[in-house]
Design a protein around this ligand. Sequence first.
Ligand code: DON
Length: 312
Amino acid sequence: MEQLLDRILEDALNNARKMIELGKTATYIPELGRVNKEYLGVCICTGDGRYHVSGDSDVRFTIQSISKVIALAAALERCGFEKTFDRVGMEPSGDSFDSLVRLDLSSDYPSNPMINSGAIAIASHLSCEVSFERMLAFTKKLCMDDEITLNEKVYHSEMGHISRNKAIAYLLESKGILESSVEDSLDLYVRMCSLNVTARSLSGFGLVLASDGINPLTGERLLHSKVVQTVKSIMLTCGMYDGSGRFAVEVGVPSKSGVGGGILSVVDKRMGIGIFGPALDTKGNSIAGQHVLRELSSKMRLHMFADHVPEY
Ligand code: DON
């Protein structure tokens, strides 16, 4: 069984390589544009805590929007469901991740915590409650990875090209949604996006979410059940932005992407999956990474509505 799993991973990776030429790195953050787009890695962490890897699964890259899952979990843990969803909705927007159209024209608060406007609103609240160092320590625990650090180059690169997120933050401030200054909200938001992870770390985080918020190796509860349930639901409906619907149909696994090329996926009760593939599609999701997940979902019957679940 172990060898079969390794072979499925290897094949999925090799089959997905052809997609890389169709994607591009995220040049709007210059430092991300310099990453080699040929990287491709996958890691699965199964319920017994074993890691199965293929390709560039230990190469560090920035977590980017996958940190929105961590920020949402931290906000829910610290201030509860009601207060968190007072300032941000839980509906898919159908718009691109950095859109401000809906926020400006038809709503007084961001559609959900996975788009930039929602995540900046959450960061504004967190920044009055908790330091970046505490958020980093929380991230290390959730990912079961002590080596996570701030990527200073990417942090400064994004801070130097922050106009669009600044526009979003000022719009949020004008609507009375921010709880700290535009500067402090963006600083925490961008620091969290600039954490260096690997596909292996994301698979560890995926396993914690698949295990109801418990680190299965130590038995320590890291998140409340209700928080985990909420986070996974929002990942399923909003985690791949305006590609979330098709991804839910084709892969059927709650996931969250980042423009650094990462994808975090949670196969409930079974495994966490981490992907790294910095060539992105037009929606900002790893193009080869999604191909890998489609193949894994079909071969291993990972879709949450699959009718039969084999032993992996
Ligand atoms: O705020 C930004 O634009 C980036 N730091 C994160 C965006 C992102 O990862 C969107 N993901 N696919």
